[in-house]
Ligand binder design. Structure first.
Ligand code: SF4
Length: 496
């Protein structure tokens, strides 16, 4: 088995990962990208003169090495007796070599998955506190601060996860429309400016899918715990359309009995007192008003058609409408932002006193305007995220959910913070795969969790609104897979 990762030294050329002789190079590839983000996979040829990272499993010894920017580092170790240990030991050799050559210390160490909490939970179950800590800190090289935060979140989530379960589920409703497109966005959302004509036929089909979903949930004895209406920006619908949506949800689901009902009201340029009052009247208990930044220059730079003052106005209108649980998203690393500017945005958000603040590290994807237009000049988010962590803790907020995205800059994470008693349940349910998520609308993915969490099946809806409307019959047939799933995984753990 041998692996080589090479970074070509040609200016403007993406680093190249070369893998050879492995049945699966997944872990090695992603490990290399912790240090060489954007590196591309390639066959083994063409590494002459290039920076090279190699890993090789011989019959008796394992070896890894890095040649990068004029430096060479090599590591070797005896081949472990257990076959399943070979890849891990090789990965660690490679990780240590890359760390030494690049000087980079990834905050989550060798962890490349998007859900570190899962691993912490599993380690705790397997070996208890000391073993989990040793495994994460020593074996995986996770920074102590990151481990402590993950450990705290696991403890905070425990009562929520314990109180859920059985045949419970959450409903996700996708409204893939926005008033305009933000430049960092890679979602499939359509703008109401250009495709507003799709909203009415979309809501027709959505109402049908809600009815079908409710019917299947009832037939399978499922119990609804939370509703999340996201997108997109649901409040991009006009008031009449928004009421139609809320009515369709209320017609088919017992909104009064759920533990949490969230609607994203993310953009103040389409959210006003009337819509916020409608949400309240239909039992919505949690709204999300997302500034991303409170710096008008940054907002303009990322294509948001609103100012920080609009956010303050929207927030005040939400409070006036009676909304007692408001989330606000902020993004670290936006183009044009600075550490000082981000800190001021945090103060401006804290001054409003939302119950939840979610801090994202900007991860730009290929479909975003910033990448398409070659304006990928995001700021480094590391110091901003560290500042948010310290400041939010000082202000009494507690981290309650956490996830990472692939290719996250500086290998950071997104963290949901909440004042005590205000944890966003849906965020925990979906990230921890606590129960099934029945999802409706374009771009929505139903995630079925069965057999005590050991079986997970996904059913994907059509991605774009036009396709969703056109192919609805096909979608209905696919959606019947929910019944097939529960017929198969009807067991003592999920029954009741
Ligand atoms: S509001 Fe959200 S979903 Fe809509 S374009 Fe902006 S980032 Fe994308």
């Amino acid at each position: 088995m041998s692996v080589a990762v090479s970074e070509t030294m040609m200016p403007g050329t993406a680093p190249v990962i070369v893998v050879k002789g492995l049945a699966s190079s997944y872990e090695i590839e992603h490990l290399a990208r912790l240090f060489l983000p954007g590196a591309q996979m390639r066959m083994a040829e063409g590494t002459r003169g290039a920076a090279v990272v190699y890993a090789r499993a011989g019959g008796r010894r394992l070896a890894a090495g890095v040649r990068l920017a004029g430096r060479c580092v090599a590591r070797t170790a005896p081949r472990p007796a257990q076959a399943e240990d070979v890849k891990w030991v090789l990965s660690r050799l490679l990780y240590d070599a890359l760390r030494e050559v690049t000087g980079i210390r990834p905050p989550w160490g060798m962890l490349t998955g998007v859900r570190p909490l899962n691993l912490v939970r599993k380690m705790l179950l397997q070996g208890g506190e000391a073993a989990a800590e040793a495994r994460l800190l020593d074996r995986c090289d996770v920074l102590p601060g990151k481990y402590r935060m993950a450990r705290q979140i696991v403890a905070r989530q425990q009562p929520v996860l314990q109180s859920s379960g059985g045949r419970s589920y959450s409903l996700y409703v996708s409204i893939p429309f926005c008033p305009s497109r933000c430049d960092y966005c890679s979602f499939v959302s359509r703008t109401t400016d250009r495709e507003g004509g799709l909203v009415a036929p979309y809501l027709d089909k959505l109402a049908e899918e809600l009815a079908l979903t409710a019917e299947m949930a009832d037939a399978n004895g499922l119990r609804l715990e939370s509703i999340y209406v996201g997108g997109g920006t649901p409040t991009a619908l006009d008031s009449r359309q928004l009421e139609r949506l809320l009515l369709a949800v209320a017609t088919h689901f017992d909104t009064a009995a759920v533990r949490e009902y969230t609607v994203e009201a993310g953009r103040p340029d389409c959210t006003g007192a009337e819509k916020l009052a409608l949400l309240k009247a239909y039992g919505v208990g949690r709204v999300s008003i997302n500034p991303q930044s409170m710096d008008d220059g940054v907002l303009a730079r990322i294509g948001r058609r609103h100012t920080a003052e609009d956010i303050r106005r929207c927030f005040a209108e939400a409070r006036a409408a009676g909304h007692g649980c408001i989330n606000m998203d902020v993004i670290a690393g936006l183009p044009g932002d600075s550490n000082a500017g981000f800190a001021q945005s945090m103060e401006a958000v804290l001054a409003l006193g939302p119950e939840n603040i979610t801090v994202h590290a900007l991860t730009l994807k290929r479909a975003s305007n910033l990448v398409v237009d070659g304006r990928n000049d995001a700021a480094a988010p590391g110091v901003m995220v560290a500042h948010a962590t310290e400041r939010l803790a000082k202000a009494g907020y507690q981290p309650y959910y956490l996830y990472r995205q692939k290719s996250s800059p500086d290998n950071l994470e997104n963290i949901g913070w909440a004042l005590p008693g205000h944890f966003g349940l849906y965020n925990i349910f979906i990230m921890e795969e606590a129960h099934s998520i029945l999802a409706v609308g374009a771009g929505a993915a139903t995630k079925l969790v069965g057999a005590g969490g050991s079986v997970i099946k996904r059913l994907f809806n059509h991605k774009f609104p036009a396709e969703y409307i056109r192919e609805f019959e096909q979608l209905q047939a696919r959606k019947r897979g929910v019944n097939a799933f529960y017929a198969r995984y009807l067991d003592s753990e999920t029954a009741g």
